[in-house]
Ligand binder design. Structure first.
Ligand SMILES: Nc1nc2c(ncn2[C@@H]2O[C@H](COP(=O)(O)OP(=O)(O)OP(=O)(O)O)[C@@H](O)[C@H]2O)c(=O)[nH]1
Ligand SMILES: [Mg+2]
Length: 456
């Protein structure tokens, strides 16, 4: 499907020496040739070969805007599947805007967010889950996130889904055919084989749906709550870990009122560090709200760093802050201020908790803390494994899983093929929504592509 408009946008971000603008659509060569003055005399862009680069100037009438390099791609062998030209120019924001405006003056339209990738999807250069992975790739903040996006772009989910879909489709069609012969009581679809495929599908969907918890953590950072009594040194620790004066530190107890978050990558995994208000008894209304938020952050965290002040009873502090039933394996007890008091007896702390003595103020022993966080945060995942990071996919696969389970129940309770096939059809519809084979509503597509940047 070719769109009849030709779109243009600046693809690169701020800074750097060179910027790239991209133009895509059936009128691309026509428009660019109106504004391009080649270095080589007697050369016409319309004769340009695909996958070649050409030197010249972008001009607005008689005015030269910049000396540029063009890269030419011809439909269907381009990112969008349409004729595409990429203009590499000098990265001054003035030059970029001038080039964009001369392109628009000559018939191009300003691309919307993700419109290039949307065209790539519509022209079947990639399926929907791959297109979504492009956005994830651009946004990836850690190695794990990057690996997952690359895997999905290669068709990680799609390949397996398509294989299962083809198998299930064969069986539903056979079962539906049986209906035409209902009087003869025949079975075209081998029930035991169908059962095997349904089980296989269920296992695969279970794995996918289960991976979302981890995928979501990778995408949004594994939450690490830093908690403790007022003045224990939580904000000092946050700053030390981030190597940045992110939070206000003072010797007044109750300095931090709200939760404060920032990202940190350790060994390729993204963590979301959450500094919280010191937990204590108080009548202050605002401080109370902060303490509620701190408790909430603790309950939702994957890792809890409890910062302890060594000059008072550390077990009492620990017990006041950590709910009794909280899994000990997720807790790192950090005994702080070791520069002024290093004899704290840590053997009083519950077993199963990781323990470390540091000085947040003097940044001592932080390496050990990093490796403790990393040990708790590292999840067993292989680079080739498919991991769901996308809420849309999670919702759809969860629905598909329910349909498959219903089909299995219908099959084992000996219901007629009609019912089994209806449930399978529902799962198939869900699969098609993942790959985009059946998505037609502009609303769904609009929602997906609006998260892209302009120029992609
Ligand atoms: N000597 C020493 N002082 C520290 C250390 N870490 C923090 N402090 C001091 O302890 C005081 C409180 O530090 P903060 O980081 O604001 O403590 P907090 O836990 O965030 O306190 P609230 O936000 O009030 O709950 C400040 O005066 C810090 O300089 C440390 O390792 N050694
Ligand atoms: Mg604080």
């Amino acid at each position: 499907m070719q769109s009849n408009t030709t779109i243009a946008a600046i693809c690169t971000g701020h800074g750097g020496a060179i910027a790239v603008l991209r133009i895509s659509g059936e009128n691309t060569l026509n428009i660019v040739s109106k504004v391009f003055k080649p270095l080589k005399k007697d050369f016409s862009l319309k004769d340009a070969q695909a996958n070649r680069i050409y030197n010249g100037f972008i001009v607005d009438g008689e005015t030269e805007i910049d000396r540029v390099v063009l890269t030419i791609y011809r439909a269907p062998h381009s990112y969008t599947g349409e004729d595409v030209v990429e203009i590499s120019c000098h990265a001054s924001s003035y030059i970029q805007k001038e080039i964009l405006s001369v392109l628009i003056k000559n018939g191009a339209q300003l691309a919307q967010r993700g419109e290039f990738t949307r065209r790539a999807f519509q022209n079947k250069k990639m399926d929907l889950s791959q297109a979504e992975a492009v956005a994830d790739l651009i946004a990836s903040k850690s190695k794990a996130e990057h690996d997952i996006a690359v895997n999905q772009m290669r068709g990680g989910i799609t390949l397996e889904i398509k294989r299962l879909r083809d198998l299930l489709l064969k069986f539903t069609s056979l079962m539906e055919l049986e209906l035409d012969f209902s009087e003869e009581d025949v079975e075209f679809a081998d029930r035991s084989q169908l059962r095997k495929i349904l089980t296989e599908t269920e296992n695969y969907l279970n794995r996918l749906v289960g991976s979302f918890k981890y995928g979501n953590a990778i995408k949004n950072g594994i939450p690490v709550a830093i908690c403790g009594e007022p003045n224990a040194g939580k904000s000092t620790l946050l700053n030390a870990l981030l190597n940045d004066e992110r939070a206000i530190v003072s010797d007044i107890p109750g300095t931090t009122r709200d939760v404060l978050e920032d990202f940190l990558t350790i060994d390729g995994t993204l963590y979301r560090l959450i500094d919280t208000a010191g937990i204590r008894q108080t009548d202050d209304k605002i401080e109370k709200l902060g303490i509620d938020r701190a408790k909430n952050a603790i309950s939702k965290a994957e890792i809890v760093v409890v910062v302890l002040n060594p000059t008072t009873d550390i077990l009492q502090q620990f017990s006041q802050i950590i709910p009794e039933d909280f899994p000990k394996s997720k807790i790192i007890a950090v005994v702080n201020k070791s520069d002024i008091y290093e004899n704290a007896d840590t053997s009083v702390l519950p077993s199963g908790v990781s323990i470390i003595k540091i000085s947040a103020k003097h940044k001592t022993n932080l390496e050990e803390l990093f490796s403790k966080i990393s040990a708790l945060g590292s999840v067993d995942y292989s680079q080739d494994e498919v991991v769901l990071t996308n809420v849309r996919h999670f919702t759809i696969f969860s629905e598909a899983l329910e349909s498959v389970k219903r089909a299995e129940t219908a099959l084992s309770s000996g219901l007629s093929g009609e019912f089994v096939s209806q449930d399978i059809r529902e799962a198939l519809r869900a699969f098609a929504e993942i790959t985009g084979d059946e998505i037609t509503t502009d609303e769904v597509l609009g929602n997906i592509f609006k998260n892209f940047c302009i120029g992609k």
